[in-house]
Design a protein around this ligand. Structure first.
Ligand code: PMP
Length: 357
């Protein structure tokens, strides 16, 4: 392998239900996964029926650039289709974008702690991650970020709401950064549906702002891998050259268009998260951080995150121990907001673990 891959740590994903059921001898139906910020409602019925309809044409390639989905997104968000790109998950969209812009030795600025995959994608191009540290309240340290920008910087990554801390970055802060630099600012809005402030307006105003989105969370399509981004028009043609052809399947395109038409499901998803978040913040027996995402970060001190996550796993609840997040320490556990029944089971388990430790 090339040195940048050899040095890289593998991406750590949440453990899956089947594996946990097997290792702990629990019935699969009794295991709940609150580790990967998926949608607790199951899929949208309109997405499922669209998949059934699409099944008869899976012997044909999908469109090369997901144009049907791009058009549906353009109508839904009232944004021109020339400002929208799609890909296999936001992860896939980022891979294409970074392939377009990063050469060996280029830099990307990443405020920590945050989602770890940016760093891996930079490594694919032998580019260098340069880290900034968020303030104690996990807000951005704008001066520090700007001081890390060099003539080799191609991207600044801003995750809002941030994963795993859950806080939103005010649009004014993003604008301050975007207006002060020549490089691109990638605003990762994977969880924005659960918050109420988007930086989407900045894409129109600045030619260096990209806003990334996913259908894995509020739209409930994590298993189909569908991401998109709002980009300045000049990026579109370059993106298309570097994108893997036909990278979103027919089934995924059909399901995504179906889900976009399911207003009731989307609203119920957002509402379930807002209510569940409030319940969890009020009942979890550890300090929790204010969150505008579909997850909550808890500081389990004086216990260790691994201990709490393992004890939950024994009780059939999969959580995310945040030790693997760079700069996060060993006392933070992230929990996805679930259904009311799942949330209640989680709270009871945590009380039991806290009491027994
Ligand atoms: N950005 C953030 C902040 C995320 O947490 C995730 C999901 N793990 C992604 C991007 C990737 O989302 P997708 O499922 O669309 O690849």
């Amino acid at each position: 392998p090339k040195p940048s891959i050899e040095r890289m740590k593998e991406y750590v994903a949440g453990r899956n239900i089947e594996e946990v059921a097997r290792s702990y001898g629990i019935d699969e139906r009794d295991v709940i996964k609150l580790a990967s910020n998926e949608n607790c409602l199951g899929p949208s019925p309109l997405a499922v029926s669209a998949i059934k309809k699409a099944a008869s044409s899976i012997h044909l390639y999908p469109s090369v650039d997901g144009v049907e989905l791009r058009e549906a997104l353009a109508a839904h968000y009232d944004v021109p289709v020339g400002n929208i790109v799609t890909g296999p998950g936001m992860d896939g969209v980022m891979e294409t974008l970074l392939r377009v812009f990063l050469d060996k030795g280029d830099e990307i600025v990443i405020p920590l702690p945050t989602f770890s995959y940016y760093e891996n994608v930079a490594g694919f191009s032998s580019a260098v991650p340069v880290f900034s540290t968020r303030r104690p309240d996990y807000g951005l340290d704008i001066e520090d970020i700007l001081s890390k920008v060099s003539e080799r910087t191609k991207f600044i990554f801003i995750t809002s709401p941030n994963n795993p801390t859950g806080n939103v970055t005010p649009v004014e802060d993003i604008e301050r950064i975007a207006s002060a630099v020549d490089c691109l600012v990638f605003v990762d809005e994977a969880y924005i549906d659960f918050a109420d402030r988007t930086a989407l307006g900045l894409v129109r105003k600045y030619d260096n702002v990209i806003v990334g989105r996913t259908m894995s969370k509020a739209w409930g399509l994590a298993g189909l891998r569908i991401g998109f981004a709002f980009v300045p028009e000049w990026v579109l043609g370059q993106y298309m050259k570097a994108a893997t052809p036909h990278s979103i399947s027919r089934v995924s395109i059909a399901a995504a268009i179906g889900a976009l038409g399911d207003k009731e499901y989307y609203e119920k998803s957002v509402e379930t998260v807002r209510k569940g978040r409030k319940y969890l913040a009020g009942n979890i027996p550890f300090r929790t951080l204010p969150s505008e995402a579909n997850f909550i970060l808890m500081d389990v001190s004086p216990l260790k995150s691994k201990y709490v996550a393992d004890e939950c796993m024994k009780r059939g609840i999969i959580l995310r121990d945040c030790t693997s997040f760079r700069g996060m320490g060993d006392t933070f556990v992230r929990v996805t907001v679930g259904t009311p029944a799942q949330n209640k089971r989680l709270v009871e388990a945590l009380k039991d673990i806290r009491g027994g430790a």
